[in-house]
Design a protein around this ligand. Structure first.
Ligand code: FE
Length: 173
């Protein structure tokens, strides 16, 4: 069996829930111009009056498929109008994965903005590991084919609107 075939076979193994497979490190993607350091620590970015709630869950894993306890996840994304809050911390927040590497983000579905499909920015870092900066995308978003930064590997799994799943695979030294 060639290495590529082994990898392909691995992708067919049954997986827990909606989560992606591990084994392949999550591709990096540009940070973009709107990252703000020192975001508040919170799992919910909701403000209480949103129409388009989104829950994203998943696990942070090593390339060897081991959960990364206490991994840092720092999320930021645009608002309902496709704008970023570059003065404050609206739709920005960091959290730490639990002992099983699991995280849960409660937020809204961000709007697209010119040139970009819907996406959520994130920095993921294992304790003492290197920062992985990437973006996650929405399956079936009409903007995906027109977005030069879109990568199918960075699509969330979505069983229904308002729920997404994405596992981050990070390399740990
Ligand atoms: Fe962006």
């Amino acid at each position: 069996m060639r290495r590529r075939d082994i990898l392909a076979a691995g992708l067919l193994l049954p997986l827990e829930g909606l989560a992606q497979t591990c084994g392949i490190v999550t591709p990096r993607q540009t940070e973009g111009p709107f990252f703000t350091p020192n975001s508040p620590k919170r799992i919910s970015l909701l403000e209480g009056n949103e129409k388009s709630k989104l829950i994203v869950t998943g696990t942070v894993l090593t390339a060897q498929c081991k959960p990364v306890a206490n991994a840092l996840l720092d999320f930021w994304h645009s608002d309902e109008q496709g704008a970023y809050d570059n003065r404050g911390f609206r739709y920005r927040g960091h959290q730490f994965a639990d002992a099983q590497g699991r995280y849960r983000l409660e937020t809204i579905v961000p709007a697209e903005y010119p040139g970009r499909a819907r996406h959520i920015h994130v920095k993921v870092q294992a304790p003492r590991g290197r920062v992985l900066t990437t973006q996650i995308h929405f399956p079936g978003d009409p903007g995906n084919p027109r977005d030069g930064l879109y990568q199918p590997e960075l699509e969330m799994k979505q069983a229904k609107a308002g729920e997404g799943a994405f596992d981050f695979v990070v390399s740990v030294q």
